[in-house]
Design a protein around this ligand. Structure first.
Ligand SMILES: [Zn+2]
Ligand SMILES: [Zn+2]
Length: 153
């Protein structure tokens, strides 16, 4: 699927959702969604504010509210890596991946695993429909481990 197709689908989902909830279809929301879908990586809410083109004046409150809205209609996943560390990313058909989080520096690395993917796809959970999932591995990254070893010597 191309990025434009992904965006088109995302727009349709948002349009349906806003209509169903009788909410206003403001151009800011759709523009924000496009900016999110242009991102290949995670971003924080504050980073998203900075990513908005300057001609599009959106308040922080609008960005925060819209992010919650996109999470509700499953266009965006919210990752709570730890208490203060929250990042977001778009949901796409082939975006299933996992995360390694360093508990010292907070860095997040992504990885995919075909075996895990197949194992989860082959499971059924009664009537529960899986839309997406993500695994979080917590530990110490190579950089921090090296630093720690150096300090000990
Ligand atoms: Zn680290
Ligand atoms: Zn990710």
């Amino acid at each position: 699927m191309t990025l434009d197709e992904e965006k088109k689908i995302a727009h349709d989902i948002l349009t349906d959702y806003l209509s169903a909830k009788r909410m206003r279809k403001t151009p800011e929301r759709f523009r924000l969604l496009d900016v999110i879908y242009d991102q290949q990586e995670h971003f924080s809410a504050d980073e998203l504010v900075l990513l908005m083109p300057s001609e599009f004046k959106v308040s922080r409150a609008t960005v925060y509210n819209s992010l919650e809205l996109f999470v509700e209609c499953q266009l965006v996943v919210k990752h709570q890596f730890d208490k203060q560390h929250i990042e977001y990313e778009k949901v796409t058909s082939n975006s299933t991946h996992h995360h390694r989080i360093c508990t010292r520096c907070g860095s997040v690395r992504e990885f995919t695993d075909l075996k895990l993917k197949k194992a989860i796809q082959s499971r059924t959970f009664n009537a529960f429909q899986v839309t997406h999932y993500s695994l979080y591995l917590y530990g110490v990254c190579k950089k921090c481990a090296t630093k720690y070893r150096a300090q000990k010597q």
